[in-house]
Write a protein of this length. Structure first.
Length: 278
């Protein structure tokens, strides 16, 4: 029977304390978007066969999912929860699930606290680069009750990201802060006009969202990173005008590696659908 991932928030479940916090974050996201939650754990059969009893590792995996389901119910009691144990690589299992999921959620593996390293092969980075849907990278510490932050650069993917951010803000009952950073050698006037027009267009369809937008001079990654310190979640497109699988831009990487807030890397959306409001 196929995994019930269609339209669900799918969260990767591991054995760390961070994974339970990500489950809570994912459950809240599922509740906000009125979606079911699907818990996915990848079972390593090779390790199981090296143990004295295959039932031991399997039982441990089932216990992990039981704890995760309990955490999900505590965080969002009304959200339907299903679970699944699959064989093989967690990254590959989650990428397969992303083709039919509404959102993929995973922990950052400690990236936000690793100032000196750039772990390009970290699971969260691979998923953000290769998934077929938006990817939420959670943090160990709960975020502050700040705004929904979204980066905008005028590209088609950033326009789709802005529309997705308005949905997130409305569903969370949060205000939205849209930021466009302009490099020091660029003229900000035209960029500011584009941002204001895009925000006004989406704001007309989301009258309950208190939205503000700012064009700021500076390095885009550094500007958004600083703004993310007071955000409840930060959203960014995967890579400007080239949101292809396997690719992440410099700004999305900066937020993934260093932002203390949960980050949603938005990909797999149709920009035309976002512009039409569908």
């Amino acid at each position: 029977m196929p995994a019930p991932t269609h339209g669900a928030v799918v969260v990767g479940v591991g054995s760390s304390a961070e994974d339970l916090q990500v489950v809570r974050t994912a459950a809240a996201e599922a509740a906000a978007h009125d979606r079911p939650l699907h818990l996915l754990h990848a079972f390593n059969w090779a390790a199981a066969l090296e143990s004295f009893s295959v039932s031991g590792p399997r039982a441990a995996a089932e216990e992990l999912l039981e704890k995760a389901a309990q955490a999900a119910v505590e965080a969002a009691p009304a959200v339907p929860v299903t679970d699944e144990i699959v064989e093989g690589s967690p990254v590959e299992a989650l990428i397969r699930a992303s083709d039919s999921a509404f959102l993929l959620a995973v922990g950052d593996g400690g990236m936000a606290g690793c100032a000196a390293c750039v772990p390009a092969d970290a699971p969260a980075v691979q998923l953000a680069a290769r998934a077929g849907c938006p990817v939420l990278v959670g943090r160990l510490d709960p975020p502050p009750p700040g705004p929904v932050l979204v980066g905008f650069d005028g590209s088609e993917s950033s326009r789709a990201t802005l529309g997705y951010a308005f949905d997130c803000a409305e569903n969370r009952g949060a205000r939205l802060l849209a930021i466009q950073a302009v490099e020091p050698n660029q003229q900000p006037d035209a960029a500011e006009h584009l941002l204001e027009e895009a925000v006004a267009r989406h704001a007309a369809r989301h009258p309950r969202v208190a939205a503000e937008c700012h064009t700021v001079r500076g390095d885009p990654g550094a500007v958004l990173l600083e703004q993310s310190r007071s955000a409840q979640v930060a959203l960014v497109g995967a890579r400007g005008d080239e949101p292809l699988r396997g690719m992440l831009g410099a700004v999305s990487q900066t937020l993934l590696y260093h932002s203390p807030a949960p980050v949603i890397v938005v990909r797999g959306l149709d920009p035309d659908d976002e512009e039409d409001g569908s």
